[in-house]
Design a protein around this ligand. Structure first.
Ligand code: PEP
Ligand code: MN
Length: 421
């Protein structure tokens, strides 16, 4: 195996471009609050090699047409309020990492049709389904290690660098911020065209990269009057990942100022005190539909950890949506060396999630899945019977292993049975 020495590791890190919003379209008081939020430490930001290029990219993003509109975001907030009240169910899914290359008609329509079929299965239980794609902006990846097995800087998603295992591709490139926006706009345009087929599909991504999110903030006044609200126009629903959910960090502080519904991924290390603090900070006015907790505990931990968190929130009276991500706590390396997930673990985590809510009298509000309509071989098991030896055949993900078409349909039948029963 060739180990690369990354040529820039010996250089001092470049001066970061200040994270701030000087956008005069946002009222001064809100701008001040945003700037204070951005002054907090922001985890997982790339070391861009060229500050001038980052400024230029941010100016282009600030001038570009928004991807989503405040009225769409408000509609999603109302739909999620219904989920918080136990009257609807969330189906959120798509690639772990979207790529520019796969931003194609075939790939997007495949994901949207699959989500549509899954939503139909779920709505047979009588509950309306709120469908949210990990689509049109899911380009930034948090990483646990700064270098990969070859000694190269890790791939951080197409919005930052390239997947090819060579130093030039892995260098963060600020032009990618603008390319990501163009791709997201194209994907959103196509989703809107597909809509009369499929019903509303909202879009979501991890709000990881602040250089992408901040220039796309816009202020809007509610039609019924009232103070201006700030919208992230990069998507409808944004979430904060497990690696950037520091209570004193920039991601939480920025999300607290947004009118968008936001999610927080919570792993097995999350405490009851923390979830209550997230709720107090991210939704102090207790607006139903504003805050979703996306629990990603792992099969082994969910029964142990989740009940205490749900109980604490129930006692606090905060109106939150509880969503189960049964993917991210169940990742392991297969014997053949692939990062994979076992369908049985995924299914078991969903079952325990439902059981916890049944016991506590709270609403299991949805599922959050990494999936694709292609017949990939990335996760093990289910009726397609993917075995360890099959993983090499079609292991195509840019990051985490996804459920394939059949595995997704198998799982949604399980979820529908739990929801209906
Ligand atoms: C993801 O959703 O792809 C992800 C990285 O999740 P988490 O933050 O839960 O690890
Ligand atoms: Mn993932």
């Amino acid at each position: 195996m060739i180990r690369h020495t990354w040529p820039d590791t010996a250089l001092p890190p470049p001066a970061p471009v200040p994270l701030s919003t000087s956008d005069e379209r946002i009222p001064l008081q809100l701008r001040r609050e945003l700037d204070a939020a951005c002054a907090r430490p922001a985890a997982q930001q790339p070391a861009w090699p060229d500050a001038t290029a980052v400024h230029a990219a941010r100016a282009l993003l600030g001038a570009a047409p928004p991807i989503t509109s405040p009225s769409e975001v408000r509609l999603l907030r109302r739909r999620l309020a219904a989920v918080a009240h136990g009257r609807a169910f969330v189906l959120q899914g798509g690639d772990c990492a979207e790529t520019f290359e796969e931003n194609t008609e075939e790939h997007i329509s495949g994901t949207v049709r699959l989500l549509g079929d899954m939503a139909e299965e779920l709505s047979s239980t009588g509950l309306p389904v709120v469908t949210i794609g990990r689509v049109a902006g899911q380009y930034a990846k948090p990483r646990s290690k700064p270098v990969d097995v070859l000694g190269l800087p890790v791939y951080r998603g197409d919005i930052v660098n390239g997947q090819d295992p060579v130093p030039s591709a892995r260098r963060p490139d600020p032009d990618r911020l603008v390319r990501a926006h163009s791709h997201a706009s194209r994907a959103m345009n196509y989703l809107r065209a597909l809509r009369p087929v499929t019903g509303d599909v909202f879009v979501s991504h991890e709000a990881l990269l602040l250089d992408y999110e901040l220039p796309q903030l816009r202020a809007d006044h509610p039609s019924e009057g009232g103070p201006a609200e700030v919208f992230a126009t990069s998507g409808h629903f944004l979430w904060i990942g497990e690696r950037t959910r520091q209570l004193d960090g920039a991601h939480v502080a920025v999300a607290a100022l947004l009118a968008n519904p936001v999610g927080v991924k919570i792993g097995p290390g999350t405490t009851a005190e923390e979830v209550e603090q997230y709720a107090d900070r991210l939704n102090p006015r207790r607006v139903p539909g504003k805050l979703t907790f996306i629990s990603r505990m792992g099969r082994e931990n969910v029964g142990e950890v989740l009940p205490g968190l749900v109980e604490r929130i129930r006692e606090s009276g905060h109106p939150v949506v509880w969503v189960c991500d049964p993917m991210h706590g169940n990742t392991h390396e297969s014997e053949s060396g692939y990062k994979t997930r076992d369908y049985d673990d995924i299914r078991a985590e969903v079952e325990v999630f439902f059981e916890v809510h049944r016991q506590l009298g709270t609403h299991p509000g949805g599922v959050h899945l990494e999936l694709t309509a292609s017949d990939v071989t990335e996760c093990l098991g289910a009726s397609s019977g993917v075995a360890d030896a099959d993983l090499a055949a079609r292991y195509e993900t840019a990051c985490d292993p996804r459920l394939n078409h059949r595995q997704s349909l198998d799982l949604v039948r399980v979820v529908a049975a739990l929801l209906g029963g």
